[in-house]
Design a protein around this ligand. Structure first.
Ligand SMILES: Nc1ncnc2c1ncn2[C@@H]1O[C@H](COP(=O)(O)OP(=O)(O)OP(=O)(O)O)[C@@H](O)[C@H]1O
Ligand SMILES: [Mg+2]
Length: 365
């Protein structure tokens, strides 16, 4: 499962600064937090998780393998992108491939950094970007509708469901709202996903603030926070400038710089964490002498699906999963202690995995 978050925004708002900081941090922490560049603008980062170190210490693991996800640095978007302006089409294709979108919004004043519309106004910027994506969605639905309608008239059941959804989505978009507000039943979800609407993707607003506001936010970032709340989106306050400086420091220097700024951890950690949550993901662990490893699954996944992330055979031949809750594993000093205390449970195929579970699968193929 490669989860990908697209970094989107107007030109010159700090997208690449942020992306480079993400990738440089990951590269610098190469031992525990591996990084690799897949394409020039795609970076794979590790999801920071303090639980890994504790589990590895107890399990005496030789290595730690964190969960991973990718970020994509997408070229700046301008008004008219949906009509092919600027890098329009390439840009839309890049976004279509992502699982969620981080909107970088400029929340810093700096007369040396040009703003494309000459005014720092993050809500107006968000509106420009989102409007372009909505227009692109409208166009793609309108293009598709006639063909689907024909099939639906020919009594194609799937096409009927899709047509229903297209009309509902068109109505929402024409009201100027993102497609993630389209109401749908769980059984329509698959057909909805196949429409591949850009504005149906989960959204995270990234408030790029000046250095002085990194810990507290500022008036502009507070506007964005309110807007995010009303728009069912996540929000993170970060200073891309600080992050890019942090990324060049040693661990010790980093800690010193962070405390001088009143920050507990690099903003990037919060950003990655927020992306992970936004994608409705969670983690379970495997712990052994060779490695302690974090595996990514969706919230609500059951034990066999979790096993399938390691290997499809594990899912196919799933028998049961020895499961120890994270707190029990740590509190009882590992597998042996948990077993003695009766906290190592045998879970079957209907078990809904909890975040932090330490699991060991029994399977037969
Ligand atoms: N928080 C900040 N405070 C001050 N300056 C910043 C901040 N973040 C970014 N900048 C500056 O803004 C300028 C533009 O940044 P960057 O190149 O990352 O933008 P971009 O969004 O990638 O632009 P493009 O769409 O053209 O690729 C750079 O000079 C960068 O140093
Ligand atoms: Mg850039």
């Amino acid at each position: 499962m490669g989860f990908k978050m697209g970094i989107v925004g107007l030109p010159n708002v700090g997208k690449s600064t942020l992306f480079n900081a993400l990738t440089r941090t990951a590269a610098a922490q190469a031992a525990n937090f591996p990084f690799c560049t897949i394409e020039p603008n795609v970076g794979e980062v590790s999801v920071p998780d303090p639980r890994l170190e504790k589990l590895a210490a107890i399990g005496k693991s030789a290595t730690i393998l964190p969960a991973r996800m990718s970020f994509v640095d997408i070229a700046g978007l301008v008004k008219g992108a949906s009509q092919g302006e600027g890098l329009g089409n390439q840009f839309l294709a890049n976004i279509r491939e992502t699982d969620a979108i981080a909107y970088v919004l400029r929340c810093f004043e700096d007369s040396n950094v040009i703003h494309v519309s000459n005014k720092v106004d993050p809500l107006a910027d968000a509106d420009v970007v989102e409007t372009e994506l909505m227009l692109a969605d409208l166009e793609s639905l309108e293009k598709r509708r006639a063909g689907v309608e024909k099939k639906a008239k020919g009594n194609d059941k799937e096409a009927k469901v899709t047509l229903e959804l297209i009309d509902r989505a068109l109505a929402v978009l024409r009201e100027g709202k993102s497609a993630r507000f389209v109401k749908r039943d769980p059984e329509e979800e698959k057909a909805f996903r196949e429409l591949q609407l850009l504005t149906s993707k989960p959204a995270l607003y990234v408030c790029n603030v000046d250095e002085g506001s990194a810990a507290t936010g500022n008036a502009l970032s507070r506007q964005v926070e309110d807007y995010a709340k009303a728009n069912d989106a996540g929000v993170v306050v970060i200073s891309a400038e600080i992050e890019s400086q942090l990324a060049q420091l040693s661990d010790e220097e980093q800690a010193e710089y962070l405390s001088s700024l009143d920050l507990e951890q690099p903003g990037l950690n919060r950003l990655i964490r927020a992306a992970y949550d936004l994608l409705n993901l969670q983690t379970y662990f495997t712990v052994g002498p060779k490695e302690t490893r974090a595996w990514t699954i969706h919230k609500g996944d059951r034990a066999p699906q979790a096993a399938g992330v390691i290997h499809t055979d594990f899912e196919r031949g799933f028998i049961r999963a020895q499961t120890i809750g994270y707190d029990d594993f740590v509190g009882l000093n590992g597998e042996q202690g948990a077993k003695e205390a009766g906290k190592a449970r045998d879970e079957g195929k209907d078990y809904v995995v909890k975040d932090g579970d330490v699991m060991l699968f029994k399977f037969n193929v």
